[in-house]
Design a protein around this ligand. Sequence first.
Ligand SMILES: [Zn+2]
Length: 264
Amino acid sequence: MASWQWGSSRIRVGRAVLPLVGAVAVTVALVPVLQGTTEPTSASDETRQTLPTETVRTPRPAPNLAGHRVTSNSPVRVVDRVRTAAPVVFLTIDDGVAKNRSVLRWFRQRQVPATAFLTDANIASDYGYFRRLQRLGVGIQNHTSRHSWLRGSSESLQRDEICSASSRFESEFGIRPYLFRPPFGVWDERTRTAAGRCGIGWMVQWSVVIDGGNVDYRSGFRRLRRGDIVLLHFTRSTTNDLRLFLELAMRSRLRPANLEEYLH
Ligand SMILES: [Zn+2]
């Protein structure tokens, strides 16, 4: 598979379409260097698919997110950003409700690595669509069987939500997921226990949301930073959100990388 090329990329700034180098220079001039700020918090609520139409939203409080820290003896670790010295950023796409051909074309043309956190109930009508994405380099990971609210539910219910999706994906996609994203980003310690018993190694949250052209930086930095995990959804606007993701990555001189290569 061909690697992703920066050199031929162009970026839109205001009305002008500029070569990448020019665009980076403009962006650097516009974005002050932020230092001494705290590590980002993250959100507990997964972003809904209808959001206010502002360009950049302010961060929300994060009552239920462990960040990079391991908060119990559970072997399942929780991450919302990846600690790395590499200039990389991670693209993740959730649920699987919309199945746009334009998204397939975008990945075929751009060769950008990504991870899809899929809900079995959303994709069961067309596993073939997601197998095509998988062949284009999109990793298939677990976002439960029915997108249930897990926090407060019994361990057996949580285990069923997670394990049944993993088993289904193993038969449909030939891989057994080891990454898991809880629906709405909401979980409790039973979730970690259940996930571990389903073969999950990491619960993956996020630090930036792009949805319908809106960008929500949970850290408040208002730009992508290395190690950010960016959340999109499979919706009617996914292709536009993918373009925006790539534009923001270029502005921050970050390369989209494969999350599965960083979380072992
Ligand atoms: Zn979801």
